[in-house]
Write a protein that binds this ligand. Sequence first.
Ligand code: EPZ
Length: 429
Amino acid sequence: MEQLIINGGKRLNGTVSVSGAKNAALAIIPASILCKDVCIIENVPCVNDISVLLDAMIELGVKVNYIDEHTIRIDARKINTIRVNYEHINKIRASYYLLGALLGRFNEAEVALPGGCNIGNRPIDQHIKGFEALGAEVSIEHGMINAKTDKLVGSNIYLDVVSVGATINIVLAAVLAEGLTVIENAAKEPHIVDVANFLNSMGADIKGSGTDTIKIHGVKKLHGTQYMMIPDQIEAGTYMVAGVITGGDVTVTNLIPKHMEAISAKLKEMGVGIEELDEGIRVFMKEPLKSLHVKTLPYPGFPTDMQPQITALLATIKGTSLMTEGVWENRFQYTDELNRMGANIKVEGSTAFITGVNGLTGAEVTSTDLRAGAALVLAGLAAEGQTVINHTDYIDRGYEHIEIKLQKLGANIYRATAAENKKELFKVM
Ligand code: EPZ
């Protein structure tokens, strides 16, 4: 098992470039099978979730080639099954976008039911509500979701919960349906707009993405396209916090400032220096930081995927801060690991009470999910002494070459297998 080893306490300085948005790629890649043609997708992040998804697509009969590290060619002309097995869903839940894409193309799909995960039970009732509204018969047997219909017909769908996944999955099933589909109370995340733009570049007719009402006029056919994906707002936010938590001066480039508004606003409220550049944001220290209250909400609210990272920062700021998780019911598991590094965080229901401490201390810790792992990296960068992070596989699901990007900012961080690291420790002793 690989570990990340961090010798903390170094101020980060310099420029880091953001990779493509993981959560956009996880939807855009399956969307490409809606056309019997070739799609070229650029700015795809080099992260584990994407390789797992591409494996699932190859199993369906899709031809996938890497043109370069961040550009893939997808040829979905020949697909020989509508079934996606458990092994793929078990590795990444977002394979459930294949449900909407296969249903949209073939009027039929069989995809393993995704399980829960470390941040909540993650139901898919709203996805199913949308497919049924479009005329599909949906049943769940033996852990498989079966969706089938003679014809998909546009419909009005009101989402009872603002759901990114359900919004995207319904769009995927509706683009080739007959007539108009209106999704109300839709999610508005930047990657939803990116998926809609990708599909429109294939000849779809989607309007209103990024608002809470999305209108999809079904079309007969889609064609191939060449498309550049948006940068990852959460990766960008994570590196902004890396600059702040180490008291450094970091410019995060290749981002879309508009997507960063909620994150920049909260950092500014804390007293962080923020300079907006054309394609980047510079964070720097200008005064002692202030504790505050953060509540995570669907976009354009403060993103839940930045919650652990900001909590790690608040743990180092004098005073008592509150972090209220408004999206997931169980997204504070990582705080036990932060407390093992000297943080003082108490969780009651959906709120974490964070009493800032003078400094964190390095420890051996384990990441419980992707963003929890990112929070532990940030805490390790700020902590005095060495931090060893286990389960880096979680982190690699959503952060491209994280240790290399941080090394370029001056961090003392490296990747080791547990065995190598034991030898290293003996050497030190
Ligand atoms: C996406 O998950 C992201 N994953 C998550 O990021 C992110 O935390 C989440 O959106 C919220 O922004 C991907 O895009 C692959 P939801 P998703 O459906 O689509 C409830 C990361 O770290 N709900 O918007 O699964 C659900 O329980 C990951 O990159 C239903 O009740 O999230 C939750 O409370 C972690 N019924 C809320 O909606 C449903 O049918 C939001 O979930 C669907 C969701």
